[in-house]
Write a protein that binds this ligand. Sequence first.
Ligand SMILES: O=C(O)CCC(=O)C(=O)O
Length: 245
Amino acid sequence: MSLGRLARSGFTNTTITNPNQDHLKKNRTVVDLGDGSDVVYVARFLSPDRSWEWFDYLDKRIPWTRPSIRVFGRSCVQPRDTCYVASEEVPELKYSGYQPHAYSWDDFPPLKAILEEVHEALPGSSFNSLLLNRYKCGSDCVGWHADDEKLYGPTPEIASVSFGCEREFLLRKKPSKTSQEKASSSTSKGLKTKRPNQHQFMLKHGSLLVMRGYTQRDWVHSVPKRAKAKAVRINLTFRCVLTEI
Ligand SMILES: O=C(O)CCC(=O)C(=O)O
């Protein structure tokens, strides 16, 4: 299996090791969710100034749309703006009955620069697609879901970069019987320890959050509505779609 294929299959243990980005190592928080899932959070992944430059570019230049999607059999307008970018070899994406147009990385050069930063921070990663979200105000949100589609493989690494208004990102254990049982108690030196079934991150301007391992299989995540969020937030989620299954 090639290194790229190995990385896409999710079996590499990706760590932040770039010697030029020592601050990533020092400033990251790793939350072990148990059972082979974890989340890495770096609050100051990008400098605030560069992040504002990118925020302005993305806010103005991305062809944002707010599509109608199907949720529990009903059509509704997605409560946030979106756009999709993918490499040529990536098959078409469809979610909730919606098939977004796939723009090219060449259409938006700053996205290539951000992708490069993410790849440098996560050696072994090779993202080939990007979902962009724009939350214009506190009533824009994303509901509980997991990015557990087959096209991402069993243990996808998903890297999420945030710009602008800080918003809460919640993770909650899926209510599956077996995983719940495993999560509620784990044995350490003979003692039963409780692992929390919900985690919360305040995603800062210029931050990076990475979901790894079995996070998509065992957990759901959301960005809930927040009346106090008065400004625009832009989020980029880099993913790797399997092209040879
Ligand atoms: O905006 C975020 O931080 C999360 C976006 C998300 O969950 C998604 O695109 O699937």
